[in-house]
Design a protein around this ligand. Structure first.
Ligand SMILES: Cc1ncc(COP(=O)(O)O)c(C=O)c1O
Length: 408
């Protein structure tokens, strides 16, 4: 069937984080209910990573059918559940996963917190590559570990890994684990086999376990190919833990079901003990239904979604080049998040936030929340109907124009 990604869906009264909550002014880790995203004078929310598109019809149908049953008792993953994950990973990424390698958690972020607890003794370190998805920081710090940084290098409009620095940082015996964000949020890189190989070899040489967060792996733009880290070699598979989920791919984040793939049996047992110590034995009824329907029947929708996102990206790149040349688009290779370099506006981080939120009236993720390397950048979520994206860009054009004195 043909899906209409141009249709605007009213998300009011759905308890949506993206549309009904805003970061508190006093405490950025607190969220406050707001009605600023609706009405005449509304602010446009293009922040947190969920999409303004309904998920595939087979998923909605499966959920409705399950909801109509009326009994929502404890739910366990069945062989059909695991097979859906196995077939998807095989079909989309050519990676053969055994069903017994899969541990289910209520989200990748909860899994990251538990992984730190399972594998990093208090006071030891976890390496990350900033600017990077900010819950990595809290997952490490809230679980007794310390941060180690291997910042990405930004050169000629593209990010790459600093492998010499990675080698130096991994040689610190306190560094026990490295979190790879693959594809990388927020800079949008889809790491090449070569980059992943270097990363993996440095980690093995220094006895550093790899956690590869591959939640965005199904969202790849034309001209790029995603490689699962663990597929590269048996040695990498044995020294890594891969986090996957249907949540970004099919817009199911609220159903809180993710798959943590651990080929190494010893590591898996250790992780499972921590999962169980949190009382996480059964899984969410609706998450289980949605995962199977999405992986088994969602591919047609995903194909159309990727085409639409490609169109949004091209629209944005052209618009910024023509109308807001003060900004630079760091072209994403994957994810639906666009990293905008706003440093030529010459604003400090608070002035930039003020410009976007109060002048342009668009709500984006501030670059600095991804680490100090992100200061002067904004992250824009382009998974919305094109008309909304166009309006947001037009508002930014006007705000930037006023700032530069081009518009009265
Ligand atoms: C890299 C990355 N990991 C994890 C998550 C969230 O995972 P979950 O909703 O399963 O906790 C996101 C959401 O944006 C993300 O970008």
């Amino acid at each position: 069937m043909e899906y209409d990604f141009d249709a605007e869906v009213d998300r009011r009264d759905t308890d949506s984080l993206k549309w009904e909550f805003i970061q508190s002014e006093e405490d950025p880790l607190e969220w406050e209910l707001t009605d600023r995203f609706f009405g005449e004078d509304r602010i446009l929310p293009l922040w947190v990573a969920d999409m303004d598109f309904p998920c595939p019809k087979p998923v909605v149908d499966a959920l409705v059918a399950r909801a109509q049953h009326g009994i929502y008792g404890y739910t366990m993953p069945t062989p059909a559940f695991y097979q859906a994950v196995v077939r998807w990973t095989q079909r989309r990424h050519g990676w053969e996963v055994a069903p017994e390698w899969i541990c289910i958690t209520p989200g990748v972020v909860p899994a990251l917190n538990m992984l730190v607890r399972a594998f990093v003794p208090a006071g030891d370190r976890v390496l990350i590559q900033p600017p990077v998805y900010y819950p990595f920081y809290s997952a490490i710090e809230n679980n007794g570990a310390e941060l180690a940084f291997n910042p990405l290098i930004y050169e000629d409009g593209r990010y790459r890994m600093d492998l010499a620095d990675l080698e130096a940082k991994c040689s610190d015996p306190k560094v026990k684990l490295a979190i790879l964000c693959s594809p990388h949020n927020p800079v949008g890189r889809v790491w090449t086999e070569d980059e992943l190989t270097h990363f993996g070899e440095i980690c093995i040489d220094n006895d550093v376990l790899v956690v590869s967060d591959e939640i965005h792996s199904d969202l790849i733009f034309k001209g790029h190919a995603f490689t699962p880290f663990a597929k590269l070699s048996e040695a990498f598979a044995q020294n890594s833990i891969t986090c996957t989920a249907p949540s970004k791919t099919f817009n199911l984040a609220g159903l809180q079901t993710s798959c943590i793939v651990i080929p190494n049996q010893e590591l898996r047992s250790k992780f499972e003990r921590v999962v169980q110590s949190n009382g996480l034995v059964t899984i969410g009824t609706f998450g289980a239904v949605a995962l199977q329907a999405a992986y088994d029947h969602g591919e047609e929708w995903l194909g159309q979604l990727l085409e639409y996102l490609q169109g949004n990206l091209e629209y944005l790149e052209q618009y910024v080049a023509e109308h807001i040349p003060q900004l630079t688009v760091v072209r994403p290779e994957g994810t639906y998040l666009v990293w905008l370099d706003c440093r030529r506006l010459g604003l400090n981080k608070w002035e930039l936030k003020q410009l976007m939120l109060e002048e342009a009236r668009v709500y984006l993720d501030e670059g600095f929340v991804f680490g100090p390397e992100g200061e002067g950048f904004e992250r824009m979520n382009i998974a919305c109907p094109r008309a909304l994206l166009a309006e947001a860009l037009d508002r930014i054009r006007q705000a930037v124009g006023k700032l530069s004195g081009d518009i009265e």
